[in-house]
Design a protein around this ligand. Sequence first.
Ligand SMILES: *Cc1c(COP(=O)(O)O)cnc(C)c1O
Length: 376
Amino acid sequence: MDDSEPSVPFLDLSLQYQELKAEIDTAVASIFASTSFIMGPAVEEFEQAFARYCGAKHCVSLHSGTAALHLALLAMNIGPGDEVITAANSFIATAEAISFCGATPRLVDVDETANIDVRQIESAINQRTKAILPVHLYGQPADMDGIVALAKAHGLFILEDACQAHGAMYKGRRVGTFGNATCFSFYPGKNLGAAGDGGAVVTNDAAIAEKVRLLRNHGSVKKYHHEMIGHNFRLDTIQAAILKIKLPHLDEWNERRSKIASRYDQHIGNLSAITGPVTAPGREPVFHLYVIEAQRREVIEKVFREENISYGIHYPVPIHRQPAYAFLGQPVGTFPRTEMLAGRILSLPMYPELTVAQQDRVLRALEKAASLVAAI
Ligand SMILES: *Cc1c(COP(=O)(O)O)cnc(C)c1O
């Protein structure tokens, strides 16, 4: 290990806090002063601001992205006996939300963009299918035209998992209104992150918004009066206040991510052992993650460790290969592209404050790894 150079972190959340410290500290102090910790005014203010940002009519804030997926599916009346089609290559939460409604995830392999392969969705549709749940993975919008056409033809709901894609554009429009509803996560490391857990459902459908609003708060409109059996999935006032402060900066942060991605793209294009992410035409990704593909990933991992560069793997085990989903009975080989990616992908350091010098260190390490692979 080279101890003379500081590490390049995969993500450094302290810098964003430093940038907005005065505003955040004041907002948090004022919530302590009012002690309005639950459903304080900042919750509705943030909801309105985020709905406007997404170009949607409604936003219902929740305590996590997982809760958002869960309640949005319940609001679509998805339950036992139903199937929901989603990508095999995603964070586990997407499938878990389907399972917690009593429904079954029907997994589909991904295409060269790492998102659900639209050509494979149709053969997964059957009489039990109720919805398609595309994930805009790594901040790359899925093929929404294709998905909308299939949903229309078969009378299915669309729920978008945009937990990694705040602000991503598909054909000039931000994700959030292509499907019947869209879910976001405000987990601290996401492009728009709270100081704890947070999430939201965004929709143009007033009935879905209303049902999610009831479900998140014990099925209650009036305190101690309950219209339906709900849950406690509310967003904390403190988190809403912090998100409201951060939201106006999101586009600039996303632009900085794109700039870093372009720099990575330029250099990686010259390296034969490594492939960069593929963006399909008409899409403007927001690079929550910058994921490369390498047949000899272990060489890159070794060089990164030596050079003190942190990285991630999203995700090392596909959903159908997780013990939790062994009951789906899908053996190795069921989703070849997802399985191949699990063995080859690596996420490079990516956050808006990553310096040019840090990016250069990442790129130099990749060049070194590529020359080592060439010598094998
Ligand atoms: C983060 C994430 C979720 C879950 O969000 P939480 O806020 O952590 O519950 C769901 N789906 C995807 C694709 C995610 O990246």
